[in-house]
Design a protein around this ligand. Sequence first.
Ligand code: ADP
Length: 495
Amino acid sequence: MAKTLSILFVSSEVYPFAKTGGLADVSYSLPLALRELGHDIRVMAPKYGSISERKNRIHEINRLRDIPIPVGENTALATVKSSSINNPRSKVQAYITTNTNYFDANKGFYADPSTGVDYEDNDERFVFFNRSVIQTCLLLGWVPDIIHCNDWQTGILPALLRLQHNDVFAKTKIIFTIHNFGNQGDFGLESISRTGFHESNADALSHKEKVNFMKAGIHFSDCITTVSPTYAKEVLTDQKLSNGLSDVLNRRAEKMLGIAHGVDLNTWNPKIDPLITKKYDKSSIEDKAPNKETVLERFGLPIHSDKNVPLIAMVTRINEQKGIQLILDAAKDLMSEDIQFVMLGEGDHSFYPELKALTNKYPEKFALKIEFDDELAHLMEAGADMFLMPSLYEPCGLNQQYSLVYGTVPIVRETGGLADTVRDYNPENVEGTGFLFPDYTAKSMMQAISRALELYKNPEAWQALVINGMNEDRSWGRAARQYSELYRALMKDTF
Ligand code: ADP
């Protein structure tokens, strides 16, 4: 049997402690899937003010109390606590960094929830977190084979490991997974002093006259992954999609790989999901119906018992990336169809007034909830007929994969991970799992929606499409094996 590896997985969001999006789901499911492959994997995350220690069984550890952490000229204290993430088959140790000023004092993770504006000291907050990761390893006397970093919030960690602690971590391989180039952790150049690095390191740590934590992660890691093969190609060639980092990436292109996520079938599975009204599988698809009723009730939309009106759902961060503008642009055409539409999301406040206006204009058809509600997200996956993701770009995307598992037909823009995980329906051979559209325009989106609505009128053909999606193996096993192989290749210096 291949040697098992020791792995520290570092993330700013880990479900169920903290979640704003897919990163949290991945930081839960992937470590558990890697544990099931036999690795000694542990996760580490910060404890924001909104996380309950009691509910999440977060306990103190004597050895990791009041650890002095330098941040710029100052020193702050980190108390690293212990918890675990679990599924019915395995358990993974979690270390949680706590600190009053940087984390407890803020309910939001990166931005003030009441305004949506980023916290001013995000550079300090995540330098503090990353340094606490290193101190935890040192105090535990644990030098992992692999340190797996995720997104800009951990981008400075590879630099700290290589430039300041390489005596201890020289043999540790560092992998940096980029879940989204949209946010890179860029700060004014004065931020260098807060990172604790010297001006002479500015080139490696900055990009376009700004300190850039993501660039630092790309520069100092042994390997960079993004979260789908198509997105990996897109960001190497398209400056817009890499948000200006294509050149930096190209310098390290031979160390780059795209691995698409899977679905955690312990959490997202209509057969066993405790959060939905009625459980079902592909032999009892009719049991989606009670879930649809609950969704309509929860959103205050009428239930049409005399006709079958398709229900389209979106569960999404509300921002430019997720294609909210296309919904606004297409609203008139979309609402002239015989459909009902439910949207759950929060994010960029500037979209709220126009979205709310739609609820007033089409009260029987369009309903919106601006909040984060995990239970309702599950219910919507179960109850909707179609799930819409008109993303401007999409690194991987989980919701379209959840939709396939729940027999809810995805209608998605052909970009990034959406293109990798949804196959366009072909009426001639009844192949495919959803509907794709090429262009980021309301017209292109409406063409795909029209194709879906047309097919929906034919229940037998629709059911065949639904079953195609439910038949696919979307479990995490494949992706976990790919990461495991990558770790081993890094250890052997063959990647
Ligand atoms: P991203 O990571 O870009 O936000 P993904 O599709 O990969 O997009 O993952 C989104 C995850 O976040 C899904 O699990 C989805 O259900 C969840 N989610 C997003 N917004 C909300 C919300 N308002 N309420 C509940 N869950 C949400």
